[in-house]
Design a binder for this molecule. Structure first.
Ligand SMILES: C=Cc1c(C(=O)O)[nH]c(=O)[nH]c1=O
Length: 308
């Protein structure tokens, strides 16, 4: 089966990635992803200029139908991750960066521009858990202005990580902005921001930061993820690929993301719950569905969702 994809001409021999934030904070975790035969590439934890401890624990909680997190951008700092992606790796890496402000974003991207790194970069515009900071991608004017200044100096491959949108007019507005820029891809969705889970037995929230508010992931977000992948694919220039992230638990979920137009598919909550073996299982389940339908390649059905 041909399970390949490509971003900006960078070939991925497998469609699977990790969702940034999961299994990607340390070089050990990143190596384990890149050495797995069912994984196509690895995305780093979003890097900030300086190393961060993140929010107080408990900050991640597994639910029956997904997860809630308010990690608070814990990461080993930009230098740690750029050094990693500058090393030779047999598979593609995506360097994720997340400033705590637009100025930080500019600084991070200037450092990448001035470095020898020639691989893919992803600007995270959607972290919902930095206390006191809004998600940039919900500020359309701010996103336009930021990308305007970024592309005045950044000449290397760049994609953006987007939060979920919930209004068709918002899909029109954000893609009208993104289509102005030579982006390699959008990665959609980030977690659904500021959900809340209540444990009835203890009559309490389940994570400590922000009074229990955190980003939602896993099974429960699949319909939102599929809608965002589909809506973005329908509106973005063909040159801007869509990486589908959110809600994948089974091969059927992967198949649905590809039908909606995803070039590659990221696994977050299920990777956290199941471990690296999730990729072998998802590959088997996806290939069984493809075989039943007579497909031999993702390209046979990518973006070909039927409407009624
Ligand atoms: C980069 C911070 C993010 C975090 C976090 O570090 O809290 N959690 C998410 O679900 N998405 C993010 O983008």
């Amino acid at each position: 089966f041909d399970l390949t994809g490509q971003i900006n001409g960078v070939p991925f021999d497998r469609l699977f990635l990790n969702a940034s934030g999961v299994h990607c904070q340390s070089t050990t975790e990143l190596d384990e992803l890149l050495q797995d035969e069912f994984v196509g590439g690895a995305v780093t934890k979003s890097a900030t200029l300086e190393k961060r401890a993140g929010n107080p624990a408990p900050r991640y909680y597994e639910l029956a139908n997904g997860s809630i997190n308010s990690m608070g951008l814990p990461n080993n700092g930009f230098d740690y991750y750029i050094q990693y992606v500058l090393q030779f790796h047999a598979k593609p890496t995506i360097l994720s960066v997340a400033g705590l402000s637009a100025d930080d974003d500019i600084q991070l991207l200037n450092q990448i521009q001035d470095s020898d790194y020639q691989g893919l970069t992803e600007l995270n515009l959607s972290c919902p858990n930095v206390i006191g900071k809004p998600q940039m991608a919900y500020d359309f004017e701010g996103t336009q202005a930021l990308l305007q200044s970024v592309f005045s100096f950044f000449k290397k491959p760049l994609g953006v990580k987007l939060p979920p949108y919930f209004d068709l007019v918002h899909f029109d507005q954000i893609t009208a902005i993104l289509n102005q820029f030579p982006l390699t891809h959008v990665n959609s969705i980030n977690s659904i921001g500021n959900g809340l889970w209540v444990d009835v037995a203890s009559e309490s929230v389940v994570i400590k930061p922000k009074g229990g508010f955190g980003g939602l992931g896993g099974k429960m977000v699949l319909p939102t993820a599929l809608a965002n992948v589909r809506a973005l694919r329908q509106r973005l220039n063909d040159s801007i690929k869509v990486i589908g992230t959110g809600g994948v638990q089974t091969g059927a979920d992967v198949f649905a993301h590809i039908l909606c137009g995803a070039e590659l598919v990221s696994i977050g909550t299920q990777l956290q719950a199941e471990g690296i073996g999730v990729y072998h299982r998802l590959t088997n389940e996806l290939e069984r569905i493809m075989a039943d339908k007579g497909y031999t390649a993702l390209a046979d059905f990518r973006g070909k969702l039927n409407t009624i």
